[in-house]
Design a protein around this ligand. Structure first.
Ligand code: ASP
Length: 308
């Protein structure tokens, strides 16, 4: 993989994705082999929005490669509070770290910030834009459970504001996939994303308001949270909150092999009774964040060259 920064999954080829997933699988099989691989490396964490999984799994990943992290901390406790610009913040922290991870509420923030730094910058979520490292662990989980070619996937929930959805949809165009998008009309996939997906040869896409019409054909159902924090108007959120919940009854028509995923956190989209079924892959998905982010960091810190 030869990229300086990872900003969106649009920049990734099939070969790039396979390189990362193969490396992640090697690391998952034998984590001890890389325990000192980046012993002196420091990862800078800049999270301008809440995060549990992304931040903690990046931190775990860097430590399991032998490195360490420096964390800007919350916006409230940093110089951002004094009015420092994002450009200045990243320029300062690149002097302390060998790579940066940035989460920001504004779409486009990671692309903009990457223009000011020489160390690799990884986008850990930019508003309703993209979340490419989440996509990598999603692809890893899909590959393990269902395979990436000849895949029929349903992506359901908040397709308008859900950045994990945008990144995943683009990345899947590198494979031979049928993508079904299930949402209320007001939360459909942005039109520019639909347009881009239609341009891809190996990708068939369809949009639906009801899960029932496609459920039985799905290999994977990727459920998402309604992104309350992105709604300009709380009343608009209330109109769609609580829609598109799944429970055991919903799944009666599903294939026995259906894999259910969710980037988490869930609110009420997946009933806890599903957790104990063979369908549930969302906790495994979250755990895959560590080997996948180890692989990404390894490849980026090694300048795109693995010495294996
Ligand atoms: N954790 C994911 C994200 O940061 C999904 C979510 O928040 O609903 O986008």
């Amino acid at each position: 993989m030869r990229h300086d920064h990872l900003i969106t999954s649009k920049q990734l080829s099939r070969a790039d994705i396979e390189t990362v997933l193969d490396r992640a699988a090697e690391i998952a099989d034998d984590p001890a082999a890389v325990a000192d691989r980046h012993a002196n490396a420091v990862l800078g964490l800049l999270f301008f929005e809440p995060s549990t999984r992304t931040k903690m799994s990046f931190e775990t990943a860097m430590k399991r490669l032998g490195g360490s992290v420096v964390d800007m901390g919350s916006v409230e406790s940093s110089s951002v509070k004094k009015g420092e610009t994002l450009a200045d913040t990243v320029r300062v922290i690149e002097g302390y770290a060998d790579a940066l991870v940035l989460r920001h509420p504004k779409q486009g923030a990671a692309a903009m910030a990457s223009e000011f730094v020489d160390v690799p910058l990884l986008n850990a979520g930019d508003g309703a834009g993209h979340h490419p490292t989440q996509t990598m662990l999603d692809l890893y989980t899909i590959r393990e459970n269902a395979g990436l070619d000849d895949l029929t996937i349903g992506i359901m929930g908040d397709l308008k504001y859900g950045r994990t959805v945008h990144s995943l949809a683009y990345a899947l165009t590198n494979f031979d996939t049928h993508q079904h998008f299930i949402s209320p009309e007001s939360l459909q996939l942005p039109r520019e994303v639909v347009y881009d997906l239609h341009q891809q040869d190996d990708t068939q896409i369809r949009e639906h308001e009801a899960l029932e019409s496609v459920l039985s054909s799905l290999d994977v159902l990727y459920v998402t949270r309604i992104q309350r924090e992105r709604f300009p108007d709380e009343n608009e959120y209330q109109k769609v909150a609580g829609e598109y919940q799944i429970d055991l009854e919903t799944l009666e028509e599903a294939s026995d092999d259906l894999t259910i995923m969710h980037p988490l956190p869930r609110v009420d989209e997946i009933a806890p009774e599903i957790d104990e079924t063979e369908h549930a892959a969302y906790f495994e998905q979250a755990h895959n964040g560590v080997p996948v982010r180890m692989a990404l960091l390894d490849l980026l810190l090694a300048g795109g060259e693995s010495d294996e």
